[in-house]
Design a protein around this ligand. Structure first.
Ligand code: ADP
Ligand code: MG
Length: 725
C-alpha cells in the first residue's frame, strides 16, 4: 500500500488502534488532519530568562510574567496552616528556584519527576528568605535533547494542546509533539495546493507545504506569521467566494412580475394609524418599495433597535404586495410573538377588508385544515405563523412577499425552506440585533441592508439602574407605588439550569412567595416555558388587558412582546444574561410616552463593584477586559441605551464569531481569521473572490478549476446552502 497522507493516523509510528480512536474523537482521522492540528503556542529562546536575572527584575519592581527553563531537582509536600503545599525545586544554569501549588498535589507529583525539563511561566515572587518562587505557574515539558537543542540552536518549540481524549490513551505533550513532528517530516510534501497559483503570486502568499511546515516548526516568527497569513487568507477567500456565489444566484433570479405601488389605499391606511411614521421608517419604506417595484427579487435585511417600529414597516410592504393580488407571509420565532402579530395586524387591516390567517403549532386539525384550504385557494391575504409554516404542508396560492421577524432565531435552512415556497418571492428579514458594518458585509454580503436608526418621537429614554439584592424590598415598594399610577411590571428570573423543570420551579417559587408576601396587594400572573402557547397567550392577553399588575416570568418574554402599559422591568440575577439578551429584555418596556424603568438586580457586592467601575475600552488591556466582563456588561447597560453601541461592546467582549453564530448564516466557521483584527485580509480576499465569481460564476474556466475543486471538497455543505439560500 502506498504511503499516503490520506491514510488513517494509525499508520504513523507509535499510533495504534487505541490512539487512533482517541484522535478520531477530536476530529483527527487522517494524517492530513493531523498536519492541520496546529500548536496552541510557541516558545522561543529570546523570551527565556535565567533565574538570577529574574530575581534582579523582581527586586527592581518588575511585575509581569516571565518564562524560565529548568530541570527538576526534587519535590516535597509540606504543610502550611494545615493545608498541603506541593513544592518543586528546580535549577537552571544560573541557580535554583521553586514552583509551588496549594492544591492538586497528587496530580503534580506525577508530573514533576527528578531530572525532567520544564519551561515554567508565571509572575515571579521572592519569598521572605529571598528565594525565587512561582505560584501555580503554567508549564510545558521538554525532552532532554529538545531542551539542549532549544538552548543551543534557538529553534522555536511548538506546544500542542493535549486534550482529555488524547490523555486517555496515554498521549502526553512529548509524545504528541514527537508524533506530529514525524508526520510533518514524512508527509507534508504530499500536501496538495488548495489555492491557484495566480492568487498565491498576486497576494504574495506561501504555498501550502511551507505553510504547514512553518506552522509546526517555524525557524523564526516572520515565517510563522507568513504561514498564519496564508491560512487566514485562504479561509476568508473561500468564505467570501461562498458569499459571492449566493449573491450571484440571487441576482440571477428574475421575478415574473414587478409590483406596482398604488398610493391611494396606502395613504388611507397611513391616515388611519394613531401616529405618523418616523423619517427613518419612511426612508426604509422607500428602499423596500424600490425593490418591490424592480424586476429582481428583493433580499433585504431590516435592522432596527427594539421598539423602533419594524412591524408597521413590514405591514405596509405587505399591503403593497396584496394590492397587486399576491399573498404575504410573516414568520415569527415564537408562538406568542406570532399570535401577537396576528392580533395586531388583523385589527389594523380590518377596515381594509383583508383576510388574515394564522398557522402555529398545536392548532386543532379541523381549524388547521380549514386555514390551509383558504390559503391554497387564495382567500387569505396575509398569513402569519411560526416555523409551523415550514413544517406543515402549507401551499400558497400566489406568494409575493416573505417577511421573517427576529431572524437571528432562525437558521438559514428554515429561512430558505420558506422562501422556496414563494419561488420568486421578495424577502424581507427583520432583526433587532444590530450588526456592525464589517460583519454585515461579510455574513450578509448577499443581502441589502436598511436601517431604522430613529425611535418614535413620543418615547422617553428608559431609566436603567443596577441594584443589589438588599434593595429588593425598596424595589417591591416602587412597583406597588407605581401600580397605583397604572404601571404594570415584568419580573424576570433567569434560567438557572438547563432543565425546564427546575426553571419552572424557580419561577413558581418566586411567584408564590411574592403573591403571599411582598406583593400581596397586587394581582400577579406567571408565565414560563413549560406552558403551551395557548396558556401563555391567555395570560399575555389578560396582562395586556390590565387584568394583572405584575407578570412573573422566565425568559419567554424575551423577544418582541409589545405591551405599552408595562413600563417597569426587573431583571433578577442580571449577570446571568448576555448583553444582547439584556437589551432585548429591556426593550419590552418604554413603548409609550410614560417614563419606563429597567432595574437590574444582582448580588450586592457585584452591584457595588459594577456601579463604581468606570471604564474606557480604549484603555483596557485584553486581560482587564477578560477579568471584568460581567462588570462591563452590567455597567454598559446602565450607560448605553442604543443597541448599536451595545453590540459594539458585545463584540469586543465576546469576539465576533460568537455573536451571530456563523452557523446560522450557513457559512463556514472561521478557524484562523478574526473578522475584526484581520479586516484588511478580509477586504483583500473579498475583492478577489467577488471579482472571480463575477467573471466566472460557475467556475468553469480552467484557471479557476482548483477553486471549484476546493469548494467542492472542503465546503460542499456550504455550497449546498449557498444555492438554496
Ligand atoms: P420592533 O421594531 O421592536 O419590532 P414594534 O414594531 O413592535 O417594534 O413597535 C413598537 C411599538 O411602537 C408598537 O406599539 C408600534 O405600534 C409603535 N410604533 C411604531 N411606529 C411608531 C411611530 N412612528 N410612532 C409612534 N409609535 C410607533
Ligand atoms: Mg418586533
Amino acid at each position: 500500500m502506498p504511503d499516503k497522507i490520506s491514510m488513517s493516523v494509525q499508520y504513523l509510528k507509535s499510533v495504534g488502534p487505541k490512539r487512533a480512536e482517541s484522535f478520531s474523537q477530536i476530529g483527527i482521522r487522517t494524517i492530513k488532519d493531523l498536519l492541520f492540528y496546529f500548536p496552541s503556542r510557541y516558545l522561543d529562546r529570546s523570551t527565556i530568562l535565567n533565574c538570577v536575572k529574574v530575581a534582579q527584575y523582581v527586586v527592581n519592581g518588575y511585575e509581569g510574567e516571565v518564562t524560565i527553563i529548568g530541570e527538576v531537582v526534587d519535590s516535597e509536600v509540606h504543610y502550611y496552616n494545615r493545608k498541603q503545599v506541593f513544592k518543586v525545586r528546580m535549577k537552571d544554569a544560573s541557580g535554583f528556584f521553586d514552583c509551588v501549588w496549594f492544591q492538586g498535589t497528587k496530580y503534580f507529583k506525577d508530573i514533576f519527576k527528578t531530572g525532567d525539563h520544564f519551561a515554567v511561566s508565571a509572575k515571579p515572587v521572592l519569598t521572605k528568605y529571598g528565594h525565587l518562587q512561582f505560584v501555580h505557574p503554567d508549564f510545558d515539558r521538554f525532552a532532554e535533547n529538545e531542551s539542549r537543542d532549544f538552548l543551543n540552536t534557538g529553534r522555536i518549540i511548538p506546544f500542542y494542546r493535549v486534550q482529555k481524549e488524547l490523555r486517555e490513551s496515554n498521549l502526553g505533550d512529548l509524545s504528541l509533539r514527537r508524533i506530529i513532528n514525524q508526520a510533518v517530516e514524512t508527509y507534508s510534501l504530499q500536501l496538495e495546493e488548495s489555492l491557484p497559483d495566480f492568487i498565491l503570486k498576486e497576494n504574495n502568499l506561501l504555498g501550502i507545504i511551507p505553510t504547514i511546515q512553518n506552522m509546526h516548526s517555524p525557524k523564526d516568527y516572520t515565517s510563522l506569521d507568513d504561514a498564519k497569513h496564508r491560512l487566514k487568507y485562504e479561509e476568508l477567500f473561500y468564505f467570501e467566494s461562498l458569499v459571492a456565489m449566493r449573491k450571484h444566484l440571487i441576482q440571477e433570479k428574475k421575478k415574473s412580475f414587478s409590483f406596482k405601488t398604488k398610493p391611494e389605499p396606502l395613504k388611507k391606511f397611513l391616515k388611519s394609524l394613531p401616529f405618523d411614521l418616523t423619517e427613518s421608517q419612511l426612508k426604509v419604506l422607500s428602499e423596500i418599495r424600490k425593490d418591490l417595484e424592480s424586476g429582481k427579487p428583493m433580499n433585504r435585511l431590516l435592522q432596527g433597535d427594539v421598539g423602533s417600529g419594524k412591524t408597521i414597516v413590514a405591514l405596509i410592504s405587505m399591503l403593497i404586495v396584496i394590492e397587486n393580488n399576491f399573498q404575504a407571509v410573516l414568520m415569527a420565532p415564537t408562538e406568542i410573538l406570532a399570535d401577537q402579530h396576528f392580533k395586531r395586524i388583523s385589527e389594523l387591516v380590518q377596515p381594509l377588508g383583508l383576510k388574515v390567517d394564522e398557522v402555529i403549532g398545536g392548532q386543532k386539525k379541523s381549524v388547521r385544515d380549514n386555514t390551509l384550504e383558504k390559503i391554497r385557494k387564495g382567500e387569505t391575504n396575509i398569513i402569519i405563523g411560526t416555523h409551523a409554516l415550514i413544517e406543515e404542508n402549507v401551499e400558497f396560492n400566489k406568494l409575493g412577499l416573505v417577511v421573517i421577524d427576529e431572524q437571528h432565531r432562525f437558521g438559514v435552512m428554515q429561512r430558505s425552506t420558506l422562501v422556496q415556497k414563494g419561488l420568486q418571492a421578495d424577502v424581507l428579514i427583520m432583526t433587532a440585533t444590530p450588526i456592525p458594518r464589517t460583519l454585515t458585509m461579510t455574513l450578509y454580503g448577499d443581502l441589502d441592508v436598511s436601517v431604522i436608526d430613529q425611535m418614535p418621537k413620543n418615547r422617553k429614554p428608559i431609566k436603567t439602574i443596577l441594584r443589589g439584592e438588599n434593595k429588593l424590598p425598596d424595589i417591591y415598594d416602587f412597583i406597588r407605588t407605581k401600580a397605583k399610577d397604572g404601571y404594570q411590571s415584568f419580573l424576570v428570573y433567569p434560567l438557572v439550569e438547563e432543565s425546564e423543570k427546575i426553571e419552572l420551579k424557580a419561577a413558581q417559587k418566586y411567584f408564590e412567595e411574592l403573591s403571599r408576601n411582598q406583593l400581596k396587594d397586587l394581582r400577579l400572573c406567571l408565565i414560563h416555558g413549560r406552558m403551551n402557547w395557548k396558556e401563555k397567550e391567555i395570560i399575555m392577553f389578560d396582562f395586556a388587558a390590565r387584568k394583572y399588575d405584575v407578570l412573573v416570568s422566565t425568559t419567554v418574554i424575551e423577544v418582541g412582546i409589545d405591551i405599552p402599559d408595562a413600563n417597569i422591568i426587573v431583571i433578577n440575577d442580571a449577570f446571568r444574561f448576555g448583553l444582547s439578551q439584556l437589551h432585548q429584555l429591556r426593550g419590552r418596556v418604554g413603548r409609550s410616552e410614560k417614563q419606563a424603568y429597567c432595574i437590574l438586580v444582582t448580588k450586592d457586592e457585584l452591584a457595588v463593584r459594577s456601579n463604581q467601575f468606570n471604564f474606557n475600552f480604549d484603555f483596557l488591556s485584553p486581560e482587564q477586559i477578560e477579568k471584568n466582563k460581567t462588570v462591563i456588561r452590567l455597567n454598559s447597560m446602565v450607560k448605553y441605551a442604543s443597541g448599536f453601541d451595545l453590540s459594539e461592546i458585545d463584540m469586543k467582549l465576546r469576539g465576533p464569531g460568537n455573536i451571530f453564530g456563523t452557523q446560522q448564516s450557513g457559512l463556514p466557521e472561521l478557524k484562523y481569521a478574526n473578522i475584526i483584527e484581520d479586516s484588511k485580509i478580509l477586504f483583500d480576499a473579498r475583492d478577489n473572490a467577488f471579482k472571480i465569481i463575477a467573471s466566472d460564476p460557475l467556475l468553469t474556466h480552467p484557471d479557476n478549476s482548483l477553486i471549484k475543486k476546493t469548494l467542492q471538497e472542503n465546503y460542499s455543505r456550504h455550497i449546498h446552502l449557498a444555492q438554496i439560500a
